[in-house]
Ligand binder design. Structure first.
Ligand code: SP5
Ligand code: ZN
Length: 341
């Protein structure tokens, strides 16, 4: 399998603000440096670097994000410096727009974890091109491809950034695949894929026969970030809104596996032509910001189950923050993929 690797080591947010204080930022360049070392040694891996990524038009991004948001993001190259800017004030529910730079960032963001600087647009664009290139590989006939990059994407919504995410890489993949068929998206990151859900709700509002189905399995919002979304959906809820499974603290391999099986059944009922899988290893038992109890060997089972749907599949890297275990976890996950091709 080809792995499209975007390390973007120049994107280094110095801290995230938690409870009014600066904490070390968990989404570090080291994550991809560790992963690179590991995947280069895997027998069937073919690592593809940004210089060999396909060219991608910014217009594609305006099909999944609002043009106003994308213009804001790419103009940061002209308005910002090397210093990262953090929002301090957010619009409440009856707000207007502002051109003031701190206000504008607050308008397009939802947290204090996702700062911007002059280089941010380039980093986010390269990661999105990794997702696009992986998608083209699958459209060209590869059974699977894996965009392993940062910054991640699944918290970036139609017109907002947050949760370390700026451009929704999974939505880039899904939108591109939809040229040739229906797309099922199954998000296995620890956190709710609120950005991806938002994008496909906007694109498919009230659509009785949607071509995208978004399913997310994640930590309950009453316990973990991003709090304001992702409660378990009812069986009568319309498909265009997506499906959510909100799980509790301490979820084990077996408990997760049951939910995964249910999700795959729902996906298979939808009869997709392609799958997009945003993957996070922050579900691991030793993740510093997680709280599930998944084991390293479970990731092989997880990817084997996903591959059992026997569909062309694009995997997209999202979270996973334990630098000591992320290498073993991705190795286990890729083993399940390679053994199923
Ligand atoms: C892609 C992804 O996994 N984004 C997750 C962003 C959630 N970040 C939550 C950070 C929680 C605050 N940190 C508390 C650390 C205490 N030292
Ligand atoms: Zn996550």
């Amino acid at each position: 399998m080809k792995e499209f690797l975007s390390k973007n080591t120049f994107h280094k947010p110095p801290f995230e603000i938690w409870n009014g204080k600066a904490d070390p930022h968990d989404e570090t360049p080291k994550r991809m440096v560790v992963i690179e070392k590991i995947i280069k040694q895997l027998p069937k891996s073919q690592v593809v670097y940004p210089q060999d990524f396909a060219p991608m038009s910014i217009d594609l991004l305006k099909e999944i994000h609002s043009p106003k948001y994308i213009d804001y993001l790419f103009n940061l190259t002209y308005s910002e410096s090397e210093n990262y800017r953090y929002p301090s004030v957010f619009p409440h529910r009856r707000s207007c727009f502002t051109e003031q730079p701190n206000g504008k960032l607050g308008y397009f963001s939802f947290d204090l974890y996702t700062p911007v600087n002059i280089h941010l647009p380039a980093a986010a664009f390269i990661a999105a091109r990794g997702a696009y290139s992986a998608t083209l590989a699958v459209l060209d006939g590869d059974k699977t491809a894996y965009a392993i990059g940062r910054p991640p994407g699944h918290h970036a919504g139609y017109d907002f950034m947050g949760g370390y995410c700026y451009i929704n890489n999974a939505a880039v993949a899904a939108k591109t695949l939809s040229r040739q068929g229906k797309v099922g998206i199954l998000d296995t990151d620890f956190h709710h894929g609120n950005g991806t859900e938002d994008i496909f709700r906007v694109l498919q509002e009230n659509e009785s026969d949607p071509i995208f189905l978004h399913i997310s399995i994640h930590a309950n919002g009453n316990w973990k970030f991003p709090y304001f979304s992702g409660q378990t959906t009812g069986t009568d809820d319309p498909l265009w809104k997506g499906i959510n499974y909100a799980l509790r603290e301490g979820t084990t391999d077996d408990q997760y596996d049951q939910i995964l099986e249910q999700s795959l059944e729902r996906l298979s009922d939808f009869k997709p032509d392609f799958l997009v899988i945003p993957v996070g290893f922050d579900t691991h038992e030793n993740d510093p910001i997680g709280g599930f109890k998944l084991t390293t060997s479970y990731y092989e089972k997880m990817s084997t189950r996903i591959m059992s749907l026997n569909l062309p599949t694009v995997f997209i890297q999202e979270g996973g923050y334990n630098l000591k275990t992320i290498g073993d976890n991705i190795t286990s996950f890729i083993r399940g993929i390679e053994n199923s091709i």
